[in-house]
Design a protein around this ligand. Structure first.
Ligand SMILES: Nc1nc2c(ncn2[C@@H]2O[C@H](COP(=O)(O)OP(=O)(O)OP(=O)(O)O)[C@@H](O)[C@H]2O)c(=O)[nH]1
Ligand SMILES: [Mg+2]
Length: 449
């Protein structure tokens, strides 16, 4: 951790500028040794300087250099950011020059890893940096920003504090039985406290479901018989002509995807091959794929055709999706005035071609996933799969504790389980961690982050 690292922090490609980030004890002197302009080792912290990067004495690029001294930087180390002209060759060249001047190429996520190891952010916050980069919707961004500001970590830390107090009380009982009269903690006390802790962990897990949905989006599947207007509906939702629409049944063979935001949440929409018995090999494979995706989706939009009576296959499909979040859509109502007045009150009547009824579909989606409720909520949810798995492990330890209390086992047994929970919660925020976990976590980051 004592060496100075460097990486290109912007995406590789053609752009107006690129940023090269250098962090470590020698960051300023390293850059200074190839910089023509002010003496960077003498300038104030958090200032920007114009000059040139030199390649063996020759001017290589015209740059702006930001100098930020420890500890008020992302890594808490001396940091220099060089704004070079964009473009792959220039950026690579400047990177090479800095490496030649003594810095080492950073590993993926190494800047964030240093921020964590130097105590600037905890592990949950570090992981939310990546969520933020990957956020594809407004709400997902809000979620990651809240996690990055430490609000989710605080919830975990509060539970941990409660456990610590409980552990302290138990320890006094074990170590100083002579004070037992004043300080004795009864099974009832423990039971009460454990119940509270359990409820809080439970709430975090429950909320995380909303959180995960926001983060990953709602996987939405459009299904129905051929020619009912599925692709027309997809295009209408996406507001672009993404899928081919024809009056020939069996037009869509493979899955076509697109995304939109509803209530600030991402919807991954998939249009599928119309479901029917067919001898055409390609179409058959498409139909199988459509059916397989039903299981994996969060929401099914089943499209029916108003110009034809509902068929037996369609009734089977309605039955197949009834346990999933679904919306029944009767399309082409512009042609025949509601031929199919089906006894399904939840049916939404639309004309995909004319674009009527689309807003009702969106309204229904908001209802189904309580998206309106999310608008007014503070999104302080844990969305991190690693953290959620650890919370679930805590819940199972709580079951053990409850059982121990129930059986009146010695208090030491409870203590072991409580310590276990305390450690697991600590792993979520990174108060305890092992090297292997860190390596694995940060290796998923991009270089320069
Ligand atoms: N009148 C009317 N025609 C529609 C409507 N929606 C779709 N169509 C027509 O129905 C035909 C089939 O539309 P598609 O969107 O290709 O149907 P699909 O369900 O994707 O069909 P497959 O890909 O074969 O499964 C096309 O000729 C569309 O123009 C509608 O709301 N009203
Ligand atoms: Mg289609």
């Amino acid at each position: 951790m004592n060496d100075t690292i460097v990486a290109i922090a912007t995406a590789m490609g053609i752009g107006a500028i690129s940023i090269i980030r250098v962090s470590g004890k020698q960051a300023i002197s390293t850059v200074n040794s190839v910089f023509k302009g002010k003496d960077l080792t003498q300038v104030d912290s958090h200032t920007v300087h114009y000059g040139h990067i030199l390649d063996q004495g020759k001017i290589m690029d015209e740059v702006l250099v930001s100098v930020m001294r420890a500890p008020k930087t992302f890594t808490t180390e001396d940091t220099v950011e060089i704004n070079t002209h964009g473009g792959i060759a220039v950026t690579q060249k400047v990177l090479e020059i800095i490496i030649r001047a003594g810095a080492r190429l950073a590993e993926p996520g190494e800047f964030t890893k240093r921020a964590f190891l130097n105590g600037r952010i905890d592990l949950l916050e570090a992981e939310s940096v990546m969520d933020m980069i990957q956020a594809k919707s407004e709400k997902a961004l809000e979620l990651s920003m809240n996690a990055l500001s430490g609000r989710v970590s605080l919830k975990i830390k509060n539970i941990r504090q409660k456990i610590k107090e409980l552990l302290a009380a138990i320890e006094v009982n074990i170590d100083f039985p002579e004070y037992k009269d004043n300080l004795e903690i009864t099974n009832q006390d423990i039971k009460y406290n454990i119940k509270e802790i359990e409820e809080e962990i439970h709430r975090l897990i429950e909320e995380s479901k909303d959180g995960t949905r926001i983060k990953d989006g709602i996987q939405t599947l459009i299904i129905g018989k051929p020619n009912v207007g599925k692709s027309t509906l997809l295009n209408q939702l996406l507001e672009e002509e993404k899928a081919i629409v024809t009056n020939i049944p069996g037009t869509t063979r493979d899955i076509i995807e697109g995304t939109i935001q509803v209530g600030g949440v991402l919807l991954n929409i998939m249009d599928t091959a119309g479901i029917r018995e067919t001898e055409d090999l390609v179409e058959k494979m498409g139909v199988e794929k459509s059916l397989k995706w039903i299981e994996k989706s969060d929401l099914i939009l089943l499209v029916l055709d108003n110009t034809k009576p509902i068929s037996k296959e369609e009734l089977e499909l309605i039955d197949k999706i009834k346990t999933k979040n679904h919306i029944l859509i009767m399309n082409k109502v512009d042609i025949n005035p509601a031929l199919n007045k089906v006894d399904k009150e939840e049916m939404i009547y639309i004309s995909a071609e004319k674009g009527t009824g689309i807003s009702e579909i969106k309204k229904k989606i908001k209802e189904l996933f309580s998206l309106e409720k999310l608008e007014s909520k503070d999104l302080n949810y844990l969305t991190n799969a690693r953290g959620i798995a650890l919370l679930k492990e805590c819940l199972s330890s709580i079951l053990d504790i409850k059982e121990a209390i129930h059986q009146n086992l010695p208090i030491d047994m409870v203590e072991i389980d409580l310590k276990n929970i305390w450690n697991k919660l600590g792993e979520i925020t990174g108060e305890t961690y092992d090297e292997e976990l860190l390596d694995q976590l940060f290796s998923q980051f991009c270089i320069g982050k």
